[in-house]
Design a binder for this molecule. Sequence first.
Ligand code: ATP
Ligand code: MG
Length: 420
Amino acid sequence: MAAIQYLTFFNLKEDPFRLTPDPAFYYPSQEHDEILQSLNYAIEQKEGFFLAMGEPGTGKTTTLKVFIESWKDKADIALIMTPRLSPEEFLLAVLEDLGIQHSASGKNEMLKEFRDFLVRSSQLGRRVVIIVDEAQNLPSETIEELRLLSNLETEKEKLLQIVLVGQPELGPRIMSEDMRQLRQRITVRTNLMPLTFGETVDYINYRLIKAGRGNAVFEDAAKKRIHKITAGVPRLINMYASRSMMAAYLEGSRNITKKHVKLTEKHFGISQSAVRFKFAWVVVPAFAAAVVAAGSYKFYLSYNEAKSTVTEAVYAETPIQQIDDPADNRLEENSLDNSSSAQSEQPKQQEIPKLLVNVKSATLRSAPSIDSKAVAWASEGVFFEQLDTAEDSKSRKWFKVRLADGETAWIAASIVKQAE
Ligand SMILES: Nc1ncnc2c1ncn2[C@@H]1O[C@H](COP(=O)(O)OP(=O)(O)OP(=O)(O)O)[C@@H](O)[C@H]1O
Ligand SMILES: [Mg+2]
C-alpha cells in the first residue's frame, strides 16, 4: 500500500529501482555495452566459449537478458541460472530449456537427441547457445561435460556455443591446471566494472524516465553521495536510490537530498566499520597473473586504477568478504614504486615509445582490424611498448604493442595516448 502511495506521490507508473534484472530498464553503460558487443561478436563468429565475470550486482544477469532478447529469433538459447547440477542433471535442464523432446532414458540417449537437435538447428542456420549464469557454482565435472559438449561439431563448423557468466572466482577455476583443455578454447573474456560517477547520474535519471518520468528530483549532492557509497554498483545504487526516495516521501519532499541518502545509510546500518564492499582488486590482479601465466587471453590492470577504485561502499544485506586494508597499502606502495622507478629509468627507455591506455577497458587484437580476434584486455592507465603502426581498411590507425609475456598484439590508436 505504501509503495502505491509512494509511486502516486512521485507520479511514477512503476518502481524505478526494482532489484530484478529487467531488460526493459537496461542502461547501456560503456562497460555493459562492451560486454554485449563482445558477446554478440563471439556468437556471430561462432566462437566456442565466452566467459564474462563481474562482482555481485554489477549487471551480469541484466546484460544476459538483453542479449537473449536480441538473439531469441535467431538462436535457440538454453539459460541455466542454477548450475549446481551434476552432468546428467545439467544435460536434462538444457534439453528442457531448449524444448527438445527426450526419452530421458539415459545420458547417451539424451546426448544423441541433443546432437540431432544441433544438426537440425545448424541446417536451419540457427545458432544454439547454452548460457550458464552464476557459473562459479558449476561443479568441476559439469564444466568438463560442457567442454565435451562443445566438441560437437561438423567438419565445417561448431554446432554449439557456450557462455559462462559468473563472479570473479570463476576465473581462477577456469584457468586452473585441471581445466587446461577448456581454457585453451575460451576465446573471449572480460570483467564487468561498475558505473563511473557520470554514468551513475545518467543511470538514476534513466531509470526514473523509464518508470514514467514523474516528478522526483535527485539533487546533485544526493547523486554524488550515492555514487560514493555504492562505488557505482547498479544493485547498490537501486537499493540506496529507492530507500532515499522513500525517506523523501515520508517527509513529503519530491526533492531527494543528500540528507535523505544519509538517512538511508542509517537504515542499512552503515558505519565506517560496517561490512565493506570492495572491488576484488586483490583477487583480480592475482587472476590476471594466472591468466598471463596460462597464455591465450590476458588481463592487464593498472595499480593506479586498482587503488583509486577501491572504495568504501557498503553492502548491508549481502555478506561480502572483507578485504584487509594492508592489501590496499601494498597496491598503493606498488603504484608509487612503479611510477618512481619508471621515472628514474626513463632516459634508458626512451628509444621505445610508450602508449598509455586511456579508456576504461581496452581490447587488444591479433591483427590491426576491429574484426580480428580479441587476445587480451587492458584497463585504463596501463602502459605498452609501441613496436609498429598500421592502418586498417577504414584508415584507422593501430599500434602493435608488446604484452607482458613478450607476445605482441594490436591496439587501436583512438584508445591510447602517447606517453611522454
Ligand atoms: N546496465 C544496467 N541497466 C539497468 N539496470 C541494471 C544494469 N546493470 C545492473 N542493473 C540493475 O542492478 C541490479 C543487479 O543487476 P544483476 O542482477 O544483473 O546483477 P548481477 O551481476 O547478475 O548480480 P549477481 O552476481 O548477484 O547475480 C538489478 O536491479 C538490475 O536491474
Ligand atoms: Mg546475476
